[in-house]
Design a protein around this ligand. Structure first.
Ligand SMILES: [Mn+2]
Length: 285
């Protein structure tokens, strides 16, 4: 089945499923158009896929071999360079196409700038949006662009999706005020614990969409990202939160965003690839 806006790229190493039969459908969105600091998110999807080649498909913790999970990889979205909104529209259309072919498939988006997360959220219509991020991303507009990466959580909250943010350590006074006004809960990286996470997410309406901005991790693990920030979360902290979430809530899609980089073996991509495997693993249990 051909999708309108995608093209083949480097694939995961596994025997791949087709969209019709897949439990998971991977789509890369290699958009890098509003990056304000470190460029390279256009290479994120390729770098993550390449980094997976280094990983065992068997996940010790879950006793699951991902070669036995039905995963389709539809390649990357044909982006419209420099135009986040047009690219988002193509992303929405593509995810809607995937869901039309296979309503049960869980879409997985690999980014790409965080602005692109609007596409799967708009297409999948979750009731809640759980995001791990160093940044609030609640600006009305940034650099005169409401579709800038710094505005994505705000655009999503405007869809009347309930937003909860974790690992935050960067934002403006206006963003904090907007969060309060809009009923958005956020937990500072300094105060983050699994207990606090559960306390916030346990009452969120379902279904839930999950977004991981790779910059939620401490910058020592993820130096190759658009806007790295010191003082982030550890790998297992995020994995354990996600495990609780998928066990207790219906998760209908997820993404891993803001992986930038210029070379193979990039450690940020290795972190993202490992997280990708864990997320597919925990959702397959
Ligand atoms: Mn961020």
């Amino acid at each position: 089945m051909e999708l309108l806006y995608t093209y083949e790229t480097l694939k995961l190493e596994f025997p791949m499923s087709n969209i019709e039969e897949a439990n998971f459908v991977i789509l890369g969105i290699p958009f890098d158009g509003t990056t304000s600091y470190k460029p390279g998110t256009r290479f994120g999807p390729t770098l993550i896929r390449q980094a997976t080649l280094n990983l065992e498909s068997y996940i010790l913790d879950y006793d699951i071999d991902l070669t036995e999970v039905k995963i389709a990889d539809v390649g990357d979205l044909a982006i419209v360079a420099g135009n986040p909104l047009e690219t988002i529209k193509r992303g929405i259309e593509t995810i809607e196409e995937i869901k039309k072919i296979n309503p049960k498939a869980v879409p997985i988006v690999l980014g790409g700038e965080h602005s692109m997360t609007f596409a799967p959220v708009k297409a999948l219509k979750p009731k809640s949006y759980v995001v791990f991020d160093a940044h609030l991303d609640l600006r009305e507009s940034y650099e005169d662009n409401p579709w800038n990466h710094a505005c994505v959580a705000r655009r999503i909250s405007e869809l009347r999706v309930k937003v909860a943010e974790f690992g935050i350590r960067s934002g403006t006074k206006e963003e904090v005020e907007y969060a309060k006004k809009a009923g958005i809960t956020w937990v500072h990286a300094r105060e983050y614990t699994l207990e606090k996470f559960i306390e916030v997410v346990k009452d969120l309406p379902e279904p839930v969409y999950v977004s991981v901005d790779i910059d939620v991790f401490d910058l020592s693990m993820v130096p190759s990202t658009g806007t790295p920030e010191a003082g982030g979360l550890r790998f297992w902290e995020v994995v354990e939160a996600l495990e609780w979430l998928v066990k207790n809530k219906e998760v209908i899609g997820f993404d891993i965003m803001e992986v930038a980089g210029m070379e193979l073996g990039d450690i940020t991509a290795l972190t993202a690839a490992k997280l990708l495997f864990y997320m597919i693993g925990m959702l397959s249990k």
